[in-house]
Design a protein around this ligand. Sequence first.
Ligand code: ATP
Ligand code: MG
Length: 522
Amino acid sequence: MSSSVSVRTDAIEAHAGEVRKLSTLLEVSQALLTERFFRDGLHKALEILGRHHGAVRSMVVLLNERTGDVELEAAAGEIEPGKRVRYRPGEGVTGQVIATGTPVIIPQVSREPSFLHRAAKRQELANSELTYVAAPISIDGQTVGVLGVDLPFKPDRDYQRTTTFLGVVGSMIAQALTVHRLIEADRQQLVDENTHLREELKSRYDFSNLVGTSGPMRRVYEQVAQVARAPTTVLLRGESGTGKELVAHALHYNSPRAKKPFVKVSCAALPQELIESELFGYEKGAFTGAAAQKKGRFELAEGGTLFLDEIGELSQATQVKLLRALQEREFERLGGTETIRVDLRLVAATHKDLEKAIAAGDFRKDLYYRLNVFTIFLPPLRERKPDILLLANHFLDKFSREHGKHVKRISTPAIDMLMAYHWPGNVRELENVMERAVVVCDARVIHAHHLPPTLQTAEASGTSVTATLHDMLEAYERDILQDALKSARGNRAKAARLVGTSERIFNYRVRQYHIDWRRFRP
Ligand SMILES: Nc1ncnc2c1ncn2[C@@H]1O[C@H](COP(=O)(O)OP(=O)(O)OP(=O)(O)O)[C@@H](O)[C@H]1O
Ligand SMILES: [Mg+2]
């Protein structure tokens, strides 16, 4: 073989080597850019180095900004699986590259006693000689990691070129890492923003179990949102069953006191003689039967919320005691001398007309002013008609679940009745009506005849408590006619056929019940 041929062969090999390096760079950049997760891209890139350049093993370590440790991010080749590699910056070859930002090359690993190479087993290293190249990964002039590659030792290797080549791979990884971190920061910002918005929404409109979107209820939510976080005393007013207790809960659970106790005192349920000892507690021997010291509700509510329900029912004597406790935020247990201070938020509720009670001399004016700091009026149900259907469906779901039934829908006539009724017992009454309807319903639909007699009369005035058999039958018939019209989409002839009667009789009945059949037309 002539020397000119061998020179040509060398040149061709060198050329092929350059082409291989370029195509490797292309593949590496594609791997880094197309993988969804940075670590996957990195792993692919290292595998490419193994395939095209005979890398026995390779790894990327990155500086953990938080701990200052250098941690293994990805590895390929003969690395002990699952092994966690951690260096301190400045330690070993990797540490040196991080500290100086310049590549390090060790032509013959076996001759380097200080070589730490923790990711590899030393025995394996002894089998065949290796060359180790460590290239820096730098972002904005800061070395944030190292690409380390073990290559088979070749005496004639051009170390300079190899180092340059791996340096380029290192800077590609740095580029990809920059992009990845930007995306991650953006994503984190989105997550933060989302959490913030959700919190804000929650504090605005998610008041535990409150259902209703009518204007008056939205005003209630706004007031709750305004005052929940403040320590302000809140007075809840509104007819019986309008949701005062639910709002008291919402105030507590949306306040900074949410994790502290919510203590309720039902002023109407307790005999007046017991109220004081319930509120303030007593010392041992304070009265006959006081066998041990007992804490009152004021003390139990420490740090939390004290809910005084039916405040309008308090006796004059208790009103005086309560006033002092509210003014001074301190009190003594019954039979005790020690003054106890408490930190609590007071929420009071009443369905009574307090102004009238004051005029009649039943309620103290000074106590009224203490309580009337921020008042929320719960509107009666009849003044928020749009909520009736929402609430009815809410209770339908709730009781279907509770009673293991599959009632799914409320028929149009039944809805009409719910809407026409004036609900003197408000939401509580609607809740009871829906529970009863679910219990007596034997199909998937609540019909008018599943509703109680109070709702059955045409006027639904609530004044007549008992309905006659005649009324109930009529309501049932009206219900059937309307359902048929609904199925027949307002076609009276078809509706008549559905219920097995003549069109003439059907029309007669429809007129008799003043049913507007036109509204069933699509
Ligand atoms: N907006 C609402 N959404 C869902 N359920 C409600 C709503 N308002 C009231 N309720 C339900 O109606 C029932 C009565 O409510 P709540 O006990 O809060 O009324 P109240 O105003 O305290 O009545 P009272 O003055 O008779 O004590 C409860 O079972 C409650 O869960
Ligand atoms: Mg109540």
